[in-house]
Design a protein around this ligand. Structure first.
Ligand SMILES: *Cc1c(COP(=O)(O)O)cnc(C)c1O
Length: 389
């Protein structure tokens, strides 16, 4: 079905941060399959682990214990300080599970029709419930009626959240991306996150942080909210967790961990041994190779170079983000940069119409960051020097 607007390239194989198309042209990957290929391509630890697992057991069903689920859950709990994990297969599924937890938590508190506070600019997925939580009208258009029970407020406006809570006693949870990805790389500010944590504690609500894109080391800590020194009650994960193998997870702390009970949720594929092995290997390599530190250092290098190189360039509005999740907002729609970047041998994305988004693999080297800057900067400068369309 023609749901994707595709660029005129088919990729054939990759090595590290480089990929080749079927015609043999080489590209530097500053997209990582949208924050998915944490370890880049053809990683020397991940590929043999997956080959080994495929030969042992790919799938067994959740009728039985899956020891690799316990291993990956333990790694996620250790990294997050949270206590329990549900496994699924994608970001929207993780968010669906989070929304079910929010509703059941509300019902368990005696609320008849629990509601969830969500934010302007949010993206949570494309199922009926998660597109209802999403703020983008284009994503919602044609799919009404939307799921009820969402109250939308402005990001980084704590007074607005407080007012929404006062006006809506049926709210059971606050749900946001710690750094909005599709919405244009918009970070929730540290004081805002701390304020939300306080409100949730005062009112016994769930703080649910969608770290599907910004989590798993991308910002230089395991999870982006750790920069604010807080913990969520519910944290959906997906993209980078399996380094390319489809996987999703919801990590919960004590307030939320007991909400779903036997038979109240499930998944056929969720937590299958192949995906779990991908997750265990990804997190193990991240620790062994110091990839959190690399994301922080390479992210700082990238940001510094772009800030210096684009300083004073008319049309550059702001450079935002953390670690290897960076957005360059321009003053005009810049979708044309996608194909121009391809022409320059660079994979990146443009989101929210005007934001160039960089999400390279966490293994990227200092030289490769320099190369990203060398390829990207002239594209942006030349584009902004053209008369406006
Ligand atoms: C990509 C994304 C999703 C949806 O993930 P899928 O795996 O595409 O369903 C949800 N939330 C955020 C923050 C995302 O970036």
């Amino acid at each position: 079905m023609p749901v994707f607007g595709r660029l005129p390239v088919a990729l054939s194989h990759g090595q590290g941060c480089w990929v080749w198309d079927v015609e043999g042209r080489r590209y530097l990957d500053a997209l990582a399959g949208i924050a998915v290929n944490t370890l880049g391509h053809n990683h020397p630890k991940l590929v043999p682990a997956l080959q080994d697992q495929a030969a042992k057991l790919i799938h067994s069903s959740n009728y039985y214990y899956v020891p690799l689920q316990e291993q990956l859950a333990a790694l996620l709990c250790e990294a997050s300080g949270l206590s329990n994990v549900f496994f699924c297969n994608s970001g929207l599924e993780a968010n669906e599970a989070a929304l079910k937890i929010a509703r059941k938590f509300g019902h368990d508190k005696g609320i008849d029709e629990p509601a969830v506070i969500v934010f302007e600019g949010a993206f949570h997925g494309r199922s009926i419930a998660t597109l209802s939580a999403t703020a983008n009208r284009k994503i919602q258009a044609g799919f009404g009626p939307l799921v009820p029970g969402f109250v939308r407020v402005a990001l980084n406006d704590l007074a607005a959240v407080q007012a929404a809570l006062d006006a809506n006693p049926s709210v059971s949870a606050i749900f946001l991306e710690t750094i909005q990805g599709e919405g244009g790389i918009n970070p929730a500010r540290i004081e805002f996150l701390q304020g939300l944590r306080r409100l949730c504690d005062e009112r016994n609500l769930l703080l649910m942080l969608d770290e599907v894109q910004c989590g798993l080391g991308r910002t230089g800590k395991w999870f982006a909210h750790q920069w604010a020194g807080i913990q969520p009650d519910v944290m959906p994960l997906a993209k980078g967790l399996g380094s390319g193998v489809p996987i999703g997870a919801v990590v919960c702390g004590p307030r939320a961990a007991g909400v779903l009970t036997a038979g109240s949720h499930g998944s056929t594929f969720g937590g299958n041994p192949l995906a779990m092995r991908a997750g265990v290997e990804t997190l193990t390599v991240m620790t062994a190779d110091g990839l959190l530190g690399n994301a922080a250092a390479r992210g700082a290098q990238l940001r510094t170079a772009l800030e210096a190189g684009l300083a004073g360039v008319a049309g550059v509005v702001e450079i935002r983000g953390q670690g290897l999740m960076l957005g360059i907002e321009l003053d005009r729609p810049c979708g044309v940069l996608l194909s121009r970047a391809l022409g320059a041998g660079l994979l990146l994305s443009v989101t929210a119409d005007r934001v160039v988004r960089l999400l390279p693999p966490l293994i990227i080297s200092a030289d490769e960051i320099d190369e990203v800057v060398r390829r990207l900067q002239p594209l942006i400068k030349d584009f902004l020097a053209e008369p406006r369309a």
